[in-house]
Design a binder for this molecule. Structure first.
Ligand code: SF4
Length: 290
């Protein structure tokens, strides 16, 4: 609403009545090209983008997706080197914002010297820092390795507890690290949502969520029980090597024909790898049977 009086058609100002200016020409259409649409950014923890309310897939379709991953790689493995639960815990702690290759390079000598909390504490923070100085955030991580080792000795007799709540109390250990250790070493069907799982959950729309915890919970709902032990590894490997952040390699994707991502590349035909793995599923075979 406005208090202004409407101007009557007869209330024309003198200036306006004597105006001799020609009517303004209609604005010419700009010859400039329309600006290109900004490229869709891969979903990330910092930028989840528009988040779906629920999975884009039915239970059957989710099942088919994991059947493909299983047929292609029946026993997927992580890429961090370790010798026991403790060295795995240290390696995962060090791997935040670092590559597995970089962590393995740094821990090769470190684990020869210290593969238990007692040996790590004896080695000392300065020496640990020197071993891991090629890894991002190495000062904080070296400090946490020592604090975490001291707590393991004090509260758990030097053993790694197979319980998430206990693991999360350790310095430098968050939910993701705890889930990796529980999954890889203790064989629990946990889903550790790292950058790859977060992106995949949202990009292909199998487990949408605004936060890692939301994606983790959505993954737990979407992943069929029989595939839940290895799902974490399949998804990490898929995100790391195929459905990459910048440009997914759809031509090499075993779930191409099942994928409902808006970023899926339109190909003339289903990639040969997807056809082949679908054939193995139909025959009840896996790559290991070949
Ligand atoms: S088809 Fe492309 S977008 Fe879909 S999961 Fe495979 S690589 Fe990712």
């Amino acid at each position: 609403m406005t208090d202004e009086k409407p101007t009557s058609p007869t209330e024309v100002s003198p200036a306006a009545s004597t105006a001799t200016k020609p009517a303004a020409k209609p604005a010419r259409k700009s010859a400039a090209k329309k600006p290109a649409k900004p490229k869709r950014k891969a979903p990330s923890v910092d930028n989840p983008g528009k988040v779906l309310k629920r999975s884009r897939y039915s239970r059957l379709e989710s099942h088919q997706i994991f059947q493909r991953f299983h047929a292609d790689n029946p026993v997927p493995e992580g890429e961090l080197d370790y010798t026991n639960a403790y060295t795995l815990l240290v390696a995962v702690l060090l791997s935040a914002q670092a590559t597995d290759v970089g962590v393995n390079r740094a821990t090769k000598k470190l684990f020869l010297l210290a593969d238990t909390p007692q040996k790590m504490v004896a080695l000392g923070e300065d020496a640990v820092r020197e071993h891991v100085r090629t890894i991002g955030l190495y000062k904080t991580k070296a400090k946490n390795v020592i604090l975490m080792s001291e707590m393991l000795i004090r509260d758990h007799g030097g053993e790694v507890p197979p319980v998430r709540e206990e693991l999360e109390k350790l310095p430098g250990v968050g939910r993701k690290t705890a889930n990796v250790v529980l999954n890889i070493f203790f064989g629990q069907p946990t889903i550790a949502v790292d950058t790859h799982l977060f992106r995949l959950g949202n990009r292909i729309g199998i487990a949408p969520g605004k936060t890692p915890l939301e994606v983790e919970k959505a993954m737990e709902r979407a992943i069929p029980t029989e595939y839940s032990l290895h799902a974490h590894h399949w998804l990490i490997l898929h995100g790391r090597y195929i459905c990459k952040a910048r440009k997914p390699e759809c031509k090499r994707c075993v779930i191409y024909d099942l994928c409902r991502s808006l970023e899926r590349e339109e190909l003339d035909a289903i990639p040969e790898i997807a056809e082949r793995v679908a054939g193995w599923v139909a025959e009840g075979k896996t790559r290991a049977d070949l």
